[in-house]
Ligand binder design. Structure first.
Ligand code: ARG
Ligand code: GLU
Length: 726
């Protein structure tokens, strides 16, 4: 993503600048950005200077030959790349995880054993999985925003825009013969259409066991150095006409108009890199006021609540293997955010990002006062400040509700009782009522597959204690009464809730529903888990949401105008739009990491280092025996460099969630790796990109090929790839 042009400066100036440089004054040392492919010409000069060797229109064009035709949105939130003329697709292991889960079972455990199809026939259909190619991206701002004044309120504006977007999507789809999705960019100041093609027959081809694909687990997650072979292989299938088709055994491997050439010639620090993919969400132009909500409210409350929850979960998971299996996927997802936000807060503070934003905002204020073209600009920052500070209390309360109270599984699950009560109050005939109740109960039964009551009871005690630390006015009366009844003894309160609730096991609620008559609703109304849910839900609706709703109306309006004004103020700066899960290109270079100016970390890790971490007492650090043998024999095929097997590397590309699985390319547009993560404090790049701390982490393509060929024994897949060494 960002790139560096080094400018010599004195140490004193450098220190001063690091502390005080306003956010996006063109930085002397690197280039942030997630660029819209059709706007890449704005980057061409700098990219060429940094190491790009191909024409910009090889990366993206509208005649079907651009590399955009080899990048896909994988599922709903990952990226993948096409690596053969037969639709072979490479993405992350963690992006293929749910497919592997769905295909495991009946004695098959792809997490323990991996999976390697030996021929096309062994490629397994993945129900519901899709991949989407972007054929063309078109600026439709004029037709969407024509004659709408900037200062029209967002709700009026949105209703006009909605109609125009629907119409334009229909028309462009008709003209192009493809599907079309129009999204807002630059906070709604621009609209772009993605003309795309979605394939529906996707098959599971290669999946390393967790000892490779998830090696290091949560411990190494969001960290550098990293030793995870986070990749998996799929294939796109099409109908006889090479067009998207529903699954059929007669479908053929898709012949994509473009696929990536793979370069195994080796990489080094300083090499130019690009990441081409679908970043999900960033907020780079956020005001200092809204940013405060992130690091002083949302992140710390979520971190504390999740620390408590994860502590309890881990204790129970370690004590009982069954609980481990039930909670492992949930834990990974709760821990993923938990760890990311810790890095984010550290990064935002270490960099004094608020201070930098404030300096930038003072410049904006001066400009707005002098500017005559946007008379409304003057007012924007004071209004944003007032709006943001006006909801500090509600933002705080809401975060506690979401993470602490609704973080208790049984309380969150109690929403089902609200639905059952609605059924009972609907005046239905007895049989209809019973059927509706039982179908609700049935729909809720999946919950128990991965649920442990004793674990959740301990979570209740820990999270409720945390929740009740708030000032009394933030706490619903029902909670205060319970506290009084149990004289603050959380254990007794928890015992009552978990013993008495109809939700405490799978059979209790369905047994109750089977015999219920409308007169029985009292049992639901007095259910202790429901009472907690109901109390918090009412408190949220009455005391918290009204102010937040106003805020969520006001702030996007102000942010849209602020974005527009900033672009007018900085006419010479090339802006990139915030991520919105559309195709983007980031560029940067391979570079080590030196977060505290001490010794720093190399830009690369190796298989030797992974083997050194092998620890059979920890599941996530257990290296598969076969990999150890290959390592011992140095049986690396043609994929090693001077007898060493490279594993992962870092670079300065600006990425975020959604970029998982993205192709990492060299200056020739050839594949050198697969993106899968970011280094710890660098996750603040969702708000502020700092080249000294922000790194994307990728699997080296040579490690991927080695695992496929030597570990997986699936050399037939290598045969269909185009591999070069220069
Ligand atoms: N941090 C990466 C991402 O946000 C990888 C997550 C999967 N790995 C894990 N240990 N949970 O998606
Ligand atoms: N692991 C993330 C994902 O699944 C990518 C890492 C990031 O946020 O940069 O998209």
């Amino acid at each position: 993503m960002f790139k560096s042009i080094t400018v010599k400066k004195s140490l004193a100036t450098a220190v001063l600048m690091a502390g005080l440089m306003p956010c996006w004054q063109p930085s002397a040392i690197a280039k942030e950005g997630m660029w819209l492919p059709p706007s890449l010409s704005s980057q061409e000069r700098e990219m060429k200077a940094a190491g790009l060797q191909i024409a910009i229109d090889k990366i993206y064009n509208e005649n079907g030959t651009g590399l955009n035709n080899a990048v896909v949105l994988f599922g709903k939130g990952c990226t993948g790349e096409i690596i053969s003329s037969k639709g072979l697709l490479l993405t992350n292991h963690h992006c293929g995880y749910s497919s592997a889960q769905a295909l495991s079972g009946d004695g098959k455990d792809f997490f323990a054993d991996g999976y390697w199809a030996k021929d096309f026939k062994e490629e397994l259909p993945c129900k519901g999985l899709t991949v989407t190619f972007i054929r063309k991206i078109q600026n439709v701002t004029d037709r969407i925003l024509q004659d709408i004044a900037d200062t029209v309120a967002n709700d009026i504006r949105d209703s006009i825009v909605k109609v125009r977007v629907a119409l334009a999507e229909k028309e462009i789809a008709k003209e192009s013969g493809y599907e079309v999705l129009i999204k807002p960019y630059f906070k709604g100041n621009e609209y772009w259409a993605a003309i795309h093609e979605t394939f529906r027959d996707i098959r599971f081809v290669g999946f390393p066991p967790n000892g490779i694909g998830a090696f290091g687990g949560d411990e190494e997650n969001w960290m550098w150095p990293r030793h995870t072979g986070d990749f998996s292989i799929f294939r796109v299938y099409a109908g006889a006409d090479n067009k998207p088709a529903d699954y059929s055994p007669d479908n053929k491997p898709y012949e994509s108009p473009r696929h990536f050439t793979i370069n195994t010639g080796g990489i080094k620090e300083g090499d130019f890199t690009m990441v081409y993919g679908f970043p999900g969400t960033t907020n780079e132009y956020i005001s200092s006021f809204a940013l405060k909500h992130v690091y002083s409210i949302a992140d710390p409350i979520s971190i504390e609540a999740r620390t408590r929850k994860l502590d309890v979960w881990m204790t129970h998971m370690k004590a009982d293997r069954n609980i481990f299996i039930k909670y492992t996927a949930k834990r990974a997802s709760v821990a993923n955010g938990w760890k990311k936000w810790q890095g984010e807060v550290t990064g935002l503070k270490l960099n004094n990002v608020t201070g930098k934003k404030e300096i930038y905002e003072r410049e904006f204020t001066k400009w707005a006062a002098a500017d005559k073209t946007m008379p409304w600009a003057d007012d924007l920052l004071p209004r944003m400040k007032k709006a943001a500070e006006g909801v500090d209390k509600e933002k705080t309360e809401y975060q506690y509700i979401k993470e602490a109270v609704l973080g208790i599984e049984i309380v969150q699950h109690a929403a089902i009782i609200g639905k059952m009560l609605a059924v009972m109050r609907a005046g239905l005939a007895q049989d209809t009522m019973k059927d509706s109740l039982l179908s609700l109960v049935k729909a809720g039964e999946g919950f128990y597959k991965n649920y442990d009551l004793a674990t959740d009871r301990d979570v209740f005690m820990s999270l409720m204690t945390y929740y009740l630390q708030q000032p009394p006015e933030a706490i619903p009366d029902h909670f205060k009464k319970s506290q009084a009844i149990y004289a603050g003894n959380m254990q007794r309160w928890a015992d009552m809730v978990f013993n008495k609730s109809l939700l405490s096991n799978r059979q209790k609620l369905s047994a109750w529903a089977t015999n219920a008559t409308p007169a029985d609703s009292a049992a639901l109304i007095t259910d202790p888990a429901w009472q907690i849910y109901d109390a918090i839900d009412n408190h949220n609706k009455q005391k918290v949401q009204p102010a937040l709703k106003e805020y969520n109306k006001e702030m996007p309006y102000l942010e849209r105008l602020y974005m527009k004004a900033q672009m007018a103020q900085n006419k010479n700066k090339v802006f990139y739009p915030d991520a919105n899960l559309t195709l983007r290109l980031a560029w940067g270079k391979i570079k080590g990491l030196d977060p505290d100016g001490q010794a720093g970390y190399s830009w690369q890790t190796t298989l030797d280092e992974a083997i050194a971490l092998d620890d059979t007492s920890k599941e996530i650090f257990t290296v598969p025996a076969k990999l150890k043998e290959l390592h011992q024999r140095k049986d690396y095929g043609r994929w090693s460099e001077k007898g060493v097997m490279p594993l992962a590397f870092i670079a300065t590309n600006h990425t975020t969630g959604g970029n998982s699985g993205s192709p990492v390319l060299n200056g020739k547009g050839q594949l050198i790796g697969t993106n899968f993560d970011r280094a710890n404090e660098g996750t603040m790049s969702d708000y502020y990109f700092d080249p000294s701390r922000c790194r994307n982490i990728s699997v080296d393509i040579r490690y991927t090929l080695f695992i496929i060929e030597k570990f997986g024994g699936a050399g037939w897949l290598i045969d269909e790839m185009d591999i070069v060494t220069k």
